[in-house]
Design a protein around this ligand. Structure first.
Ligand SMILES: [Zn+2]
Length: 113
């Protein structure tokens, strides 16, 4: 039996993340080379995002933002969203996703695993 290890991390979760979704769309629009947006949620409620290209390289600047706020929180200003405080990280793919192998390659490159 072939053992297939499928990471089902991109399960759609319904949540009131409208601000996040709007940001993702905005980043994709501004980054023609992007195939997706890396989304990093921090324990304070701020988010870190950056577009990623087909080769797994950054396709935009890293953007930090906080829902319904003018700016990110003081802690993020201090530590710029330290990796210790990440609660969830994933890639939000464009509607036309790359193939599975490419998505895996990009995820590995971005997250290092
Ligand atoms: Zn924060």
């Amino acid at each position: 039996m072939a053992q297939k290890q499928q990471a089902r991390r991109s399960r759609t979760v319904r949540s009131p993340e409208n601000g996040e979704q709007a940001m993702i769309e905005g980043i994709l629009e501004g980054s023609p080379d992007a195939v997706g947006v890396v989304v990093i949620r921090l324990d304070c409620g701020c988010r870190k995002m950056a577009a990623v290209s087909l080769s797994g390289d950054p396709a935009s600047k890293i953007i930090m933002y906080r829902d319904n706020a003018q700016s990110i929180c003081d802690q993020c200003k201090d530590d710029h969203g330290d990796a210790q405080r990440v609660v969830k990280q994933f890639i939000s793919w464009k509607a036309t996703e790359p193939d599975q192998a490419t998505m895996t390659m990009i995820s590995r490159k971005v997250f290092g695993h």
